[in-house]
Design a protein around this ligand. Structure first.
Ligand SMILES: [Zn+2]
Length: 161
């Protein structure tokens, strides 16, 4: 696992400043299997490659996982998906085998998404939170709550090394 962590630090330092998304797929031992460049907002990043263990990618907008990121990992066999941003690294894992389709997962997430919006709106209206802060915090808050809601998803945010 140490080899993987080292490789991830190196790869994430390399891609984090890119103005477009770049996805890198690695094996359990930290060997790079592929690199894929996407546009500013999206990249089709998970391949069905044998020995694929962790896929990391950067978010130029500095946000946590998008809805599509989590839909992608929850309907794949990938053990770990990561996002690297200027300050943080986000990690998502599917901890149990689930057999939910994309639409079902999406509905579960959108319920949480709705609650977060409901909580943020008054804070924006009374000036406690700016729109910019709300946008930045939104998905981190959604995934933090989502991991408590379902028993097959784990989510972690750490400072980037
Ligand atoms: Zn993403």
């Amino acid at each position: 696992m140490q080899g993987l962590q080292k490789a991830l630090n190196r790869v994430e330092n390399e891609i984090v400043g890119n103005p477009y998304e770049t996805a890198v797929g690695l094996t359990k031992r930290g060997e790079v299997l592929y690199v894929r460049k996407g546009d500013k907002t999206s990249t089709t990043f998970i391949s069905g490659r044998k020995f694929l263990h962790t896929v990391t990618h950067n978010h130029p907008g500095n946000c946590s996982f998008s809805l599509n990121d989590i839909l992608a990992i929850s309907t794949s066999n990938l053990p770990e998906l990561r996002v690297a941003t200027k300050d943080h690294v986000y990690s998502a894992k599917i901890t149990k085998k689930i057999s939910l389709d994309k639409e079902t997962v999406k509905e579960l997430v959108l319920d949480v998404d709705f609650c977060v919006r409901l909580d943020f709106v008054p804070l924006i209206n009374n000036g406690t939170m700016t729109m910019e802060e709300a946008n930045k915090k939104h998905w981190h808050e959604v995934w933090t709550r989502f991991t408590k809601k379902v028993n097959w998803f784990s989510y972690k945010r750490t400072k980037r090394q």
